[in-house]
Design a protein around this ligand. Structure first.
Ligand SMILES: [Zn+2]
Ligand SMILES: [Zn+2]
Length: 347
């Protein structure tokens, strides 16, 4: 085992503090790497605050991890020392169920993917995430970061990027399709960039027009305020695909009404409370309501390569580790454009 520096949460209410954690010895199939950057995802905050269920503390969050390989196991074939690599939201899965065999490990049913933090690994130990100096992960759950993508920009792609890329691909966004992204935050701004790069017509639906200049600069063709009731009249029946990145409850009926015949509204944010929906707007135009969670390893690699090829990068603010707690406060106030990335090399 090796000891590495980290930032951990010790309870749902205390600020994160500097600590040390241990990483397992490098096994035959493992890759060890120094973490250079870790993005801060809203899931980190929800988990730390125990809003998504019980948490075993101390917990080191972080599942947008980018760094450089320092050691490989004897059987490792995909990576070598010095490679630029990343890890996203999970570090293992059963590898045997139909979903794992299909490369959709995020939907593993036996019993489920092993989260990068707060999960239980094969060694029985609690997994600890990316707000730390180094990590050891099985090579099958490690991604290759293309040379042209800087490591700090690569980090948020590993959760925010793939969370939007996967549904855009699954529902065939591209030339001739009309995509709306609800909410222009960490997730939404990636949705705009990716959908635009895929050739779709992109509309941002945001509470106000406060970020309209950003939205258009990031690749949106149109931008509407959802606080204006006229928006829902004007855009009725307009979209093939709506990606809802907002994790607060929205009026689903109004948004479903914006879908064209056969259109789909996809939830990627996760509100805590139930939402209501009338059946008639779905029935009357064969519309669908669905959800989507990150993406598999192969698709995440495809997304990284797509971002390299199409010059898609998240908008980031790099911070020092001792700024994490302040960054959490600012995220809760929606005061970030658009993703905090921790310079973990200085932990
Ligand atoms: Zn995340
Ligand atoms: Zn599985």
């Amino acid at each position: 085992m090796s000891t590495v520096s980290a930032y951990s949460a010790t309870s749902a209410t205390e600020p994160l503090t500097e600590t040390t954690i241990t990483r397992r010895d490098v096994g035959p199939h493992d890759v060890a790497f120094d973490i250079h950057f870790a993005g801060i995802c809203h899931s980190d905050i929800h988990t730390v605050k125990a809003e998504w269920g019980d948490v075993r503390y101390p917990l080191v969050p972080g599942h947008e991890i980018a760094g450089i390989v320092t050691e490989i196991g004897s059987e490792v074939s995909k990576f070598k020392v010095g490679d630029r690599v990343g890890v996203g939201c999970f570090v293992d899965s059963c590898r045997e169920c139909a979903q794992c065999r299909a490369g959709e490990e995020q939907y593993c049913t036996n019993p489920g993917m092993v989260g990068t933090y707060g999960g239980v690994g094969r060694d029985g130990e609690l997994t600890q995430g990316g707000y730390s100096g180094a990590i050891v992960v099985d090579e099958n759950y490690v991604l290759n970061i293309p040379d042209s993508v800087p490591l700090d920009a690569a980090a948020p792609l590993l959760c925010a990027g793939i969370t939007l890329y996967s549904p855009l691909r699954h529902w065939n966004a591209g030339p001739g399709t009309s995509v709306a992204v609800v909410g222009l935050g960490g997730l939404g701004h990636m949705g705009v960039k990716l959908a635009h790069a895929m050739g779709a017509k992109v509309t941002v639906l945001s509470q106000s027009l406060k970020k309209i200049e950003d939205g258009l600069r990031l690749g949106a063709d149109e931008y509407y305020a959802t606080s204006d009731p006229d928006t829902f009249t004007k855009l009725a029946g307009s979209f093939d695909l709506i990606l809802n990145t907002v994790s607060a409850n929205i009026g689903l009926d109004s948004y479903v009404g914006l879908l064209d015949v056969d259109g789909t509204l996809v939830e990627v944010g996760i509100p805590e409370r139930p939402m209501q929906l009338m059946a008639y707007p779905l029935v009357s135009k064969r519309r669908s309501l669905s959800g989507s969670m990150i993406g598999g390893i192969a698709e995440t690699q495809e997304m990284l390569d797509f971002c390299a090829e199409h010059d898609v990068r998240p908008e980031i603010e790099v911070i020092a580790p001792d700024y994490i707690n302040e960054a959490y406060e600012r995220m809760l106030a929606s005061d970030v454009r658009y993703r905090f990335v921790i310079d973990t090399a200085t932990i």
